[in-house]
Design a protein around this ligand. Structure first.
Ligand SMILES: CC(C)(COP(=O)(O)OP(=O)(O)OC[C@H]1O[C@@H](n2cnc3c(N)ncnc32)[C@H](O)[C@@H]1OP(=O)(O)O)[C@@H](O)C(=O)NCCC(=O)NCCS
Length: 176
């Protein structure tokens, strides 16, 4: 079952802690909390029974030269270890595209696993990350057009939502 309940903060944080493991987990745990407390974030979960088994969070993503465009940043995406590789991540992304489209969303950006997101339709983008000077792995920076052609000809600098506007989130080998 798909759920858009943002009030399940404790459960969603616990899920990401487990999904990302002991090294990355604690940082993502805090990021999730910071996002969920904001009105402009979106959380989409997959539940089995009453248990959240996968979750993805979206936040506004602004291109400095095109502030009127409605773009989102996908971060983080996590699936409980025992439910991974069963299509939960795929389902979350597919549901999200439909939902964000219904909100007028035009494209989704992600700094994530370059082996995973291209399978879901994401492609390399020339739009800069908010900290492009410390970008270590350009192939991890991708975007998916919700509206066909939404990113065509666009370029320049970007600004993400406050919780993720920290260099540590942008110089890694990729987090979803
Ligand atoms: C990455 C993640 C969100 C994928 O979700 P998922 O539900 O396991 O993925 P799906 O079942 O939708 O897709 C799995 C397919 O994607 C591919 N894939 C590529 N990279 C992958 C990866 N790192 N993890 C899982 N699948 C991956 C595989 O081909 C796999 O198909 P297969 O099982 O037939 O080989 C999940 O594994 C996860 O939570 N990982 C830990 C947290 C994390 O690293 N999140 C950020 C990702 S940038």
């Amino acid at each position: 079952m798909i759920n858009k309940d943002k009030t399940k903060i404790k459960e969603i944080k616990a899920l990401h802690l487990e999904a990302f493991g002991t090294e990355e987990g604690p940082v993502i745990f805090k990021l999730v909390e910071d996002f969920l407390l904001r009105e402009d974030s979106i959380a989409i979960s997959v539940e089995e029974g009453c248990k959240i088994i996968g979750n993805v969070i979206f936040s506004p993503f602004i291109l400095e030269e095109y502030p009127e465009k409605k773009f989102f940043l996908l971060a983080p995406l996590g699936v409980l270890p025992e439910y991974q590789r069963k299509g939960v991540g795929k389902k979350l992304i597919e549901e999200s595209i439909g939902y964000l489209k219904s909100l007028g969303g035009e494209a989704i950006f992600v700094l994530g696993d370059p082996n995973y997101y291209p399978l879901r339709g994401f492609k390399l983008t020339t739009i800069k990350t908010p900290y492009s000077e410390i970008m270590r792995l350009p192939e991890a920076w991708m975007a998916l057009e919700i509206e066909e052609g939404a990113l065509k000809g666009l370029h320049g600098n970007s600004v993400a939502s406050k919780p993720i506007m920290k260099p540590m989130f942008w110089d890694t080998t990729g987090r979803g």
